[in-house]
Design a protein around this ligand. Structure first.
Ligand SMILES: O=P(O)(O)OC[C@H]1O[C@H](OP(=O)(O)OP(=O)(O)O)[C@H](O)[C@@H]1O
Ligand SMILES: NC(=O)CC[C@H](N)C(=O)O
Ligand SMILES: [Mg+2]
Length: 469
């Protein structure tokens, strides 16, 4: 919708002899739809061949029954995309499937490589051809180049070359692999389904397909599933710094990531907010859906009533094309509408998970004022976003981040609220009992990037670099 945070990709893999793997992957991707809405794809292997169907749009729009029926096999690799490197176009849809010296390979990637430009330049100089402008194609090229010693060795060698974030599902004609970068920036988990295994970005996808959660894939770990069952290898030493924004906004509340239930974390963030900024109000409301758990936590902590003050049209997705300011205003109204009886003549606390440009909050506050709210205190369950993300979240450039340009008081004025408070970084980390840089990437708040960012990083770098590589 009008929000300025872009979602992320979702990956799903399954190894299940005798199972309807394409259909199961379809449901798995449906459960991960919140992570990416631009394109979707499923590749299926039958021991000899890999077949692929992918296209632009949401999962149910991309796959019809006949498409799923044509994907015969016992291993599958699926993807829903929100682009971070390379334009949103059919050629950049994932999974990528290639033929190479040893057969066929499929790769689905959640994350973003910060050295994609450099790697692609080197590969091109050595004769590699590229057909897309996506960073993921660098990965598949490196896998092919390192393939002499088999796929597991190729994955290990490729990981040494890659910098940035990557949670990968890789499939050959007869193996499924799950890979998480050494910082574990993006989530990845493993489940059991009958005699088979499932790998997914989030545990909500395991629940959806009836798989039992086994564990998270560890940072730097490679899991391999084939006819001999499952084995794994710690390919690179772990230096865990998982994206804290997964807990704040991206992941579904019913997922568990690295031992923390997302809903529980958001509620604790709300409680922490209440301890930092208690307000004397009549009612607590949230910006649904991602602000709701924190709003409940805030209300619980202070013994205040929580009510649904904004109704969300559930048929509108997270991202929304905004061709003009007038249509953007309309889009907010289409997505969210105040419940007048809840907000009229009331002193409100309004809780949202984040402010990026401030446009969403500004419009919501305007609507609430028009609906008769007496006071509006905006509470944000994350610290101010001051720095762009290069690891898979397409937040705006620094110049577009409102908190990088204005003080908290100026933002409150711009949005039109009576008061504004952001959760402190210490308060956020207290939820996880963590210290700064211990276990979590908080670069968007404090600029401390766990993987250094080269000057040539950015969404369209491979398009721009087309002529030189
Ligand atoms: O300050 P802004 O630039 O407007 O962006 C911030 C908003 O964007 C996100 O919501 P979004 O509408 O993308 O998705 P959601 O419905 O899942 O919360 C986030 O939850 C904030 O509400
Ligand atoms: N959001 C993501 O994880 C995107 C993966 C990959 N970098 C792409 O642009 O397709
Ligand atoms: Mg929102």
């Amino acid at each position: 919708m009008a929000g300025e945070i872009k979602d992320e990709c979702g990956v799903f893999g399954i190894y299940l002899p005798g199972g309807e793997v394409a259909q199961i992957t379809y449901y798995g991707l449906y459960a991960l739809q919140h992570r990416g809405q631009e394109s979707a794809g499923i590749a299926v292997a039958d021991g000899k061949e890999i077949r692929l169907h992918k296209g632009m749009g949401l999962v149910p729009a991309v796959f019809q029954d006949k498409d799923l029926q044509s994907l015969k096999g016992y291993i599958a690799c699926g993807h829903v995309r929100y682009s971070t490197t390379g334009a949103s176009s059919p050629i950049n849809a994932q999974p990528l499937v290639f033929r190479y010296a040893k057969g066929m390979l499929a790769v689905a990637h959640n994350g973003n490589l910060v050295n994609a430009y450099e790697l692609r330049k080197n590969l091109t100089a050595r004769g590699s051809l590229f057909q897309s402008t996506i960073d993921t194609e660098v990965i598949i090229n490196l896998l092919a180049r390192h393939s002499q010693g088999g796929i597991e060795d190729a994955v290990h060698k490729t990981m040494i070359d890659l910098k940035g974030s990557y949670s990968l599902v890789i499939m050959t004609q007869d193996k499924l692999l799950g890979v998480r970068d050494p910082h574990g920036i993006r989530p990845l988990c493993l489940g059991r389904l009958g005699d088979g295994y499932v790998i997914a970005s989030e545990s909500c996808a395991l629940d959806t397909v009836g798989a039992t959660f086994l564990r998270d894939v560890e940072p730097g770990e490679v899991v391999v599933i084939d006819e001999n069952g499952l084995h794994s290898r710690q390919a690179l030493p772990p230096q865990k710094q998982t994206c804290i924004f997964e807990y704040i906004y991206f992941a579904r509340p019913d997922s568990r990531i690295d031992g923390f239930g997302v809903n529980w974390c958001r509620r604790q963030m709300g409680r922490q907010l209440a301890r930092e900024a208690p307000r004397d109000v009549d009612v607590v409301i949230s910006v649904p859906d991602s602000g709701t758990a924190a709003a409940r936590g805030y209300a619980e902590e202070l013994g205040l009533p929580f009510e649904e003050g904004l109704m969300k049209n559930r048929y509108i997705g997270r991202t929304f094309i905004q061709p003009s300011q007038a249509l953007r205003e309309l889009a907010v109204r289409l997505k969210l509408n105040p419940i007048i009886s809840v907000v009229k003549d009331k002193r409100l606390v309004l809780v949202d998970d984040s402010i990026v440009r401030g446009t969403t909050s500004r419009r919501i506050v305007k609507m609430l004022r028009e609906a008769g709210a007496k006071e509006i205190h905006l509470l944000i369950s994350s610290p101010p976003i001051l720095h762009p993300c290069y690891y898979g979240i397409d937040t705006s450039e620094r110049s577009e981040l409102i908190a990088a340009q204005k003080s908290v008081e100026e933002i409150a004025q711009y949005i039109g609220v009576d008061s504004l408070h952001y959760l402190s970084l210490e308060g956020l980390l207290a939820v996880f009992q963590a210290d700064v840089n211990q276990g979590f990437c908080t670069a968007c708040f404090n600029g401390q990037y766990p993987v250094p960012i080269p000057p040539e990083a950015g969404k369209h770098i491979l398009e721009k670099g087309g002529s030189c590589c």
